[in-house]
Design a protein around this ligand. Structure first.
Ligand SMILES: *[C@@H]1O[C@H](CO)[C@@H](O)[C@H](O)[C@H]1NC(C)=O
Ligand SMILES: *[C@@H]1O[C@H](CO)[C@@H](O)[C@H](O)[C@H]1NC(C)=O
Length: 229
């Protein structure tokens, strides 16, 4: 019986698996362009994606990276590099507004806070539609009437063919930007709802046959954090 079961399991595993060879003799090594004496690690390589085609490249996230040229005055927003195969890497530009920039009007006015946003913590590519998405799930915003920041998370969407050195044509997605839903009432108590939702902690663009333009993002709701702790 055990033998039969083992044979069956082996057959299933064999039909489901694909071979994949790594060329260990001729590796192409990309080193962290932000590496420097006395600096703490940028987590270069935390996320990675590959674009095949006539001009292939890989894109490498360094979610704790500093880039004072791209983001003056911002501490560790996260930096994403594009590296043509066997060439050197360059940093991609998304939304490079200075820290604490104001958006919205009146009661809805908020300032964004990109320190430690973890941009490049998660990313995905969809070759058929030519879309790329890069997220920073620790992106925060602050309203004047609140003393706390909301950790809503941000994602940036762009096209594969786009020259990543300008932010032109990049869309900024803030799926949890809805001040009516930051908290919810449970037993007459306000508890966080979207407030610490961290959209974009992981991200996936489904293939076109599943959905035309939707991006699935994993959200961590604050009440779930409490349950986990
Ligand atoms: C980023 O810059 C800040 C301020 O200069 C520094 O304290 C921090 O160690 C740097 N982080 C990395 C990952 O280089
Ligand atoms: C992107 O465009 C700029 C200006 O048009 C150019 O200088 C740069 O070399 C281009 N970068 C890439 C990677 O194509």
């Amino acid at each position: 019986m055990l033998l039969l079961f083992t044979l069956l399991l082996t057959c299933i595993l064999l039909t489901c698996s694909h071979g994949f060879n790594l060329d260990i003799n001729h590796p192409i090594v990309y080193e962290d362009p932000l590496k420097g004496v006395g600096r703490r690690g940028s987590y270069f390589g935390f996320s990675v994606l590959l674009h095949s085609g006539p001009k292939p490249w890989i894109q490498i996230g360094a979610p704790r990276g500093n880039d004072t040229k791209l983001y003056p005055g911002v501490i560790e927003p996260g930096v994403v590099f594009r590296c043509p195969i066997a060439e050197s890497c360059y940093a991609l530009k998304f939304d490079t507004s200075e820290n604490k920039k104001e958006y919205g009007k009146g009661k809805l006015k908020y300032r964004e806070q990109k320190n430690a946003a973890w941009i490049g913590g998660a990313m995905d590519i969809q070759e058929e539609q030519g879309n790329i998405v890069v997220c920073g799930h620790r992106w925060r915003n602050t309203y004047e009437r609140n003393t706390v920041d909301f950790m809503l998370g941000v994602c940036y969407c762009s096209k594969i063919e786009q020259n990543g050195t300008t932010a032109k044509g990049t869309y900024k997605l803030l799926p949890l930007l809805n001040s009516d839903k930051y908290t919810t009432s449970v037993n007459r108590q306000h508890i966080p709802n979207y407030a610490v939702g961290q959209a974009g902690i992981s991200v996936h663009i489904p293939p076109p046959e599943v959905c035309k333009c939707e991006i699935h993002m994993f959200l961590i709701m604050d009440n779930m954090w409490q349950k986990l702790e």
